[in-house]
Design a protein around this ligand. Structure first.
Ligand code: AR6
Length: 209
């Protein structure tokens, strides 16, 4: 049931039903979209698309990237190779995004984006991270995708502090759903209780009552 709201404010809270009882998922109405913040595995999501925190090679890696290729199967990698050949022979630049099919995943599409490697904050990391979210939502709209799940881009192997990445992710998604009303749902899927708490605090402060 779509949540009803009060013009962009908080909607409804529920227990996720598994895991740590403190892992409370929340949903907010932001422009015309429902934005959910929850703990989970990105590869379980049943959104139209899930976003991959990839690297410039587009040929796989660890973390989210490894989980997506392992579960989605070889069709995703084959399409990534084609993307490299057709568009980025020297690798996808950080801040860019492109879609492949979802292979054996529940999601029909994977949107691959490359986050910034954290270098202390003075190397344009914030703008690159903003572009990852912005470009991913643009690519979603181009493919007629109505729902998208994001992991916390760059906050694993790439070392971006989560308390600095979270506000960028949340503010950029807010702009994106206002610009692309065909995107009706966005999920932030956090892998740990710690990461969920970080995003939840920011989302509640921005969108909660
Ligand atoms: N579902 C949701 N979140 C996850 C999952 C999952 N299955 N697995 C990890 N996370 P990372 P990055 C969280 O390292 O920092 C890869 O090797 C994780 O706890 O996946 O952008 C690529 O090939 C962390 O909070 O992505 C690149 O080389 C967040 O997802 C490089 O890592 C992002 O962690 C990209 O690094």
């Amino acid at each position: 049931m779509p949540p009803s709201g009060d013009g962009g404010k908080s909607l409804r809270r529920m227990r996720s039903g598994w895991g740590d009882p403190l892992d409370e998922a929340a949903a907010y109405l932001v422009s015309k979209a429902t934005v959910r913040v929850l703990r989970g595995d990105i590869t379980d999501q049943d959104t139209d698309a899930i976003v991959n925190a990839a690297n410039s090679s587009l040929l796989g890696g660890g973390g989210v990237d490894g989980a997506i290729h392992a579960r989605g199967g070889p069709a995703i990698l084959a399409e990534c190779r084609s993307l490299r050949e057709a568009r980025w022979p020297r690798g996808m630049p950080p801040g860019e995004a492109a879609a492949t099919s979802g292979g054996r995943l529940r999601a029909r599409y994977v949107i691959h984006t490359v986050g910034p490697v954290w270098q202390g904050g003075g190397a344009g990391e914030e703008e690159i991270l903003r572009r990852c979210y912005r470009r991913s939502l643009e690519v979603a709209e181009e493919h007629g995708i109505g729902s998208v799940a994001f992991p916390s881009i760059s906050t694993g192997a790439y070392g971006y502090p989560i308390d600095r990445a979270g506000p960028v992710a949340i503010a950029t998604v807010e702009e994106g759903v206002a610009r692309h009303p065909s995107i009706r749902e966005v999920r932030f899927v956090l892998f740990s209780s710690f990461d969920l708490a970080a995003y939840s605090t920011i989302a509640k402060a921005r969108w909660g009552r």
